[in-house]
Design a protein. Structure first.
Length: 155
């Protein structure tokens, strides 16, 4: 993994008060979960571009930012409109389909509504609101351990 960037690296980023507070509270977690990154990152709910900057600082060559909040979009455009590595899409996402032909390794799934995903949690062994998929989903031993853990949780 690349060296950790510092919160000071984000001081010139135009952010709403709420996004500045989130950045302060979540910054350390981002380095544990969002990294490493590949060449192209899809950032759904990009906010003002805080995570886009993190991805770029850690080697992403392109970040596709999707955001629908008008206030956040204003900041996102101010931060990245002249950066050709960032594509900004004004869209509200209602459904997501992910089928990236084996590139799921390292996929990060984040939700601020874990109660809506409880059924999915059982399949991911009850990880927290934020997790990274690992390559071990095909390993026979790992599958057996996962099945045992699921049964233990359900009983």
């Amino acid at each position: 993994m690349s060296n950790m960037c510092k919160i000071e690296d984000f001081k010139d980023l135009s952010l709403t008060k709420e996004h500045r507070e989130m950045l302060s509270g979540e910054f350390e977690t981002w380095h544990r979960v969002y990294l490493p990154v590949g060449d192209t990152v899809l950032d759904v709910g990009a906010g003002c571009g805080e995570t886009a900057l993190l991805y770029l600082n850690h080697g992403a060559k392109k970040v596709i930012c999707i955001e629908c909040d008008p206030e956040a979009l204003k900041h996102l455009r101010k931060n990245f409109s002249s950066d050709d590595r960032v594509l900004i899409v004004n869209a509200r996402i209602d459904s997501i389909k992910i089928d990236i032909e084996g590139s799921e390794d390292g996929l990060v799934i984040e939700t601020h509504f874990p109660f809506k995903m409880r059924k999915m949690y059982r399949h991911f062994l009850g990880y927290a609101e934020l997790w990274r998929l690992q390559k071990d989903w095909g390993n026979i031993m790992t599958k057996a351990l996962r099945k045992i853990r699921r049964k233990m949780k359900l009983s």
